[in-house]
Design a protein around this ligand. Structure first.
Ligand code: MG
Length: 159
């Protein structure tokens, strides 16, 4: 069996009047991510981790923000496409670990729903998907609640 790892990072501004999509679900909040797509920062970091593991570029290469096809796109569709690209090359996801960094709201009540949504998209067990949350101790753009960022690391396998 061959294994490879990949790492992904993304950030988005948080603004009023947008739904807050995170990990494939809508999180109740008075702000949401600003972006060309639905601005799901966690799914975008996961896409980049997967693309990185198989050296297929990054999310901007596959889904350019100049392309009207991806305007307000459901990021679950982006991730499903990335998973398909990996499968075509014979790779499956072993496990994934993610951290979302934001001040508000508390993510704990939503973590299992995000893990379930991500596991379904990846075609893995929920046990193989970890979602963690951290604040930024009120420092920087995250601390000022101007934005949210996410990190993801993945292990992929080829049998
Ligand atoms: Mg993004």
């Amino acid at each position: 069996m061959r294994v490879r790892t990949g790492f992904g990072y993304d950030s988005h501004r948080l603004v009023e009047g947008r739904p807050f999509m995170l990990g494939g679900i809508a999180i109740p909040h008075d702000k949401g991510g600003l972006g060309h797509s639905d601005a799901d920062v966690l799914l975008h970091a996961i896409c980049d981790a997967l693309l990185g593991a198989v050296a297929l570029g990054d999310i901007g290469l596959h889904f350019p923000d100049t392309d009207a096809a991806w305007k307000d796109a459901d990021s679950r569709k982006l991730l499903a496409h990335v998973v398909k690209l990996l499968r075509e090359k014979g790779w499956t996801v072993g496990n994934m670990d993610c951290t979302v960094v934001l001040e508000k709201p508390k993510l704990r009540p939503h973590v299992d729903a995000m893990r379930a949504a991500i596991a379904e998209l990846l075609g893995t067990d929920q046990d193989a998907v970890s979602v963690k949350a951290s604040t930024n101790e009120k420092m920087g753009f995250v601390g000022r609640e101007e934005g949210v960022c996410a990190y993801a690391i993945v292990l992929v396998e080829k049998h």
